[in-house]
Design a protein around this ligand. Structure first.
Ligand SMILES: [Mn+2]
Length: 306
């Protein structure tokens, strides 16, 4: 079984792995969970061999009791000693831009459109600033496609997780294996994109201007909080604080568009409160128990003295 991240880099990494090793059962954790919950763990543990792609799953150790575990990844991680192979250049102090570039190196896989989509998926247009940009350029030339066309393919592949559609995430692995034009021409994925952009637009417009920052409490079943926060922060050029109330959880996001503050200490704070949180210098996301979002937002605002 291949357990992979639900985003473009995870999808194209699974596609590359299948090209190298042949067909295998595909599995993506419940969207939004960077771990296997009890139900997901039960499903995965029954396989004899589990290959984890583009995810740093805390359950990897426990899976070793049931299966041969192989891990290929590029996230910050600590070595999983019981894995048959844990190949992550980060463990040797090198950060790779995507899991597809990790697989390319490990299996001497050619730098094709799957590798390029993984890079663009994780880096976005910032990919221009890194060494691997030459891979993207070569693919654009070889496939006779513009950068915008490649970025559109990324958005289309990412639209499935935003729709919270796990099955379609897995279908996308087989779709992208057919070719990049098959992705760009998928009517289903275009319909997703139109729906999602409308949903993001509708919520972003409801944000309240509180002077120093923008604030929004939304209620959407889709995985769009990160896009909504980005739209508000970049559009208004000030920090955005967003809470999303879902049926089974609350989500929290904060983004500082002009380095007003660092999110790193907020991530630590969320973790010390026992919440699942992540991010980088300019952004933090956290998953909270249902109904806890508003309270957490005020704790954050207090720390920021806003
Ligand atoms: Mn990745």
């Amino acid at each position: 079984m291949i357990v992979h991240h639900w985003d473009t880099d995870g999808i194209t990494s699974a596609a590359i792995y299948i090209r190298i090793h042949g067909e295998d059962e595909l599995f993506t954790p419940k969207i939004g969970n960077f771990y296997l919950d009890a139900e997901d763990f039960e499903r995965v543990k029954d396989s004899e061999k589990v290959t984890i792609l583009d995810m740093n799953l805390p359950e990897a150790e426990r899976l070793c009791d049931y299966a041969e575990v192989y891990i290929y990844d590029h996230h910050r991680a600590t070595r999983v000693e019981c894995a048959r192979e844990h190949y992550n250049p980060y463990l040797m102090g090198v950060m790779y831009p995507s899991c597809t570039t990790v697989l390319m190196e490990r299996f001497s896989y050619p730098p094709d459109y799957l590798v390029a989509l993984g890079i663009l998926g994780d880096k976005g247009p910032d990919a221009k600033k890194i060494e691997e940009w030459k891979i993207v350029e070569k693919v654009m030339h070889h496939e006779k496609l513009s950068l915008d066309a490649l970025l559109l393919a990324v958005e289309l592949l990412d639209s499935s997780f935003k729709m919270n559609d796990r099955k379609e995430v897995i279908d996308n692995v087989h779709l992208v294996l057919k070719g990049i034009r098959e992705v760009i021409e998928s009517e289903k994925l275009h319909r997703n994109l139109e729906f999602i952009s409308r949903e993001i637009e509708t919520w972003s417009r409801k944000a309240e201007d509180r002077g120093k920052y923008m604030y929004l409490e939304m209620r959407s079943p889709y995985m769009i909080i990160s896009s909504v926060t980005r739209r508000i922060a970049w559009g208004m050029k000030k920090p955005a604080v967003v809470v999303n109330h879902k049926d089974d959880r609350d989500e929290f996001y904060i983004r500082f568009p002009n380095s007003e503050s660092s999110a790193l200490h907020l991530i630590e704070m969320a973790k010390s409160l026992g919440y699942n949180a992540g991010g980088k210098e300019e952004v933090m996301g956290a998953v909270l128990p249902r109904g806890k979002g508003k309270e957490f937002a005020s704790q954050i605002l207090e720390v920021l003295k806003w």
